[in-house]
Design a protein around this ligand. Sequence first.
Ligand code: CMC
Length: 391
Amino acid sequence: TGYFTFDPGFVSTASCRSAITYIDGDAGVLLYRGYPIEQLAAKSSFLEVAYLLINGELPTAKEFESFTDEVTHHTMMHEALKSFLNGFRHDAHPMAMLCGSVASLSAFYHDSLDMADPAQRRLAAIRLIAKVPTLASAAYRYSIGWPIRYPRNNLEYVTRFLHMMFEVPSEPLELNPVVAKALDLLFILHADHEQNASTSTVRLVGSTGANPYACVAAGIAALWGPAHGGANEAVLEMLQEIGTANNVESAVARAKDKNSGFRLMGFGHRVYKNFDPRAKIIREMTHKVLGELGVDDPLLEVALKLEEAALKDDYFVQRKLYPNVDFYSGIIYKALKIPTEMFTVMFALARTAGWVAHWLEQQVDPDQKIGRPRQVYTGATERDYVAMDKR
Ligand code: CMC
């Protein structure tokens, strides 16, 4: 491989130093700023976790209040963004709309594009955390032909988002607190995951000096793929296709057949080779949330049977393939009445906290350089141009 290390997929390359998230894939450990994901899931809130990821420490009550105020202050989107969203086809995927509209923020908020200014960097980070839920719900409502709702700033972050999603004029939204709590927890679990494909994308784009809105839009694009965040949508589609527990064995057989082009979605992880601690939390949560909401979803039985069948199958055991964060999240989103095409948008909303934390960290990193990998060239050796009539 000449002078370079050949490492497709960067399986053994550390691209940066980071103090944000720690993963031990063999032990199934995930820490945000040193705090175990299990503790944060049980005791914290998404907005507090966002503060922690960005600032490195848990906030005091006063710090949290002022952070919440700042985020709340920036929830509105520029009114002209509506015309931008209105230009999409009626059946546009909400991820396409989110990706485009987040990139477009750089055209609206010129006072937060100077990356040499720490105050402007922080403002951009706050704006992203504040506005992504507004844009996400706008994309959803547009896709179903409903008018966009403005953020209600007397509500807290997750409840406000649910109102923007589901509220209709003149009808108060009856929100079961279980729904907001469950969504908040899912957001915590998805908030960061060190150098995954989308975060690495944010950093790669960030390394060129591009503005943070463009960087996060690139992260959203990377997240969309079914091997990454798009897996949660793909899992639900897969479970629906399998349909009943009777079809589980044949699905497992198909996933083992390399020629089928089919993988068990929501299974396997580049880093976790024992179990995904987020999946463990979500699994328990699925039972609890479905129970509390009185939802009896036959897909849960299919998922449980599929997990059971895969976990005792040599193919999956030998390759250390376990359910990942996306395996059960879709069933919960479905129970919360979040439509399937919004699942990856939910992931993007939560991961925005991690993306901006990494982007901020990168901006002050003394090792920071433009990301510029090399390649192993496999093309033709030097040759002379041949005139078209001689080819
Ligand atoms: N079903 C069947 N076989 C699989 C699966 C699966 N879900 N995942 C991996 N394998 C096999 C793969 O074919 C390979 O077999 P062999 O060694 O015989 O060639 C082996 O397991 C190792 O897989 P890999 O593709 O080399 O592993 P990777 O680290 O490059 O990929 C992954 C990790 C998550 C992309 C992959 O496991 C996958 O495609 N899973 C399904 C999609 C999914 O659930 N993605 C969400 C990931 S977690 C949340 C997130 O990051 O967004």
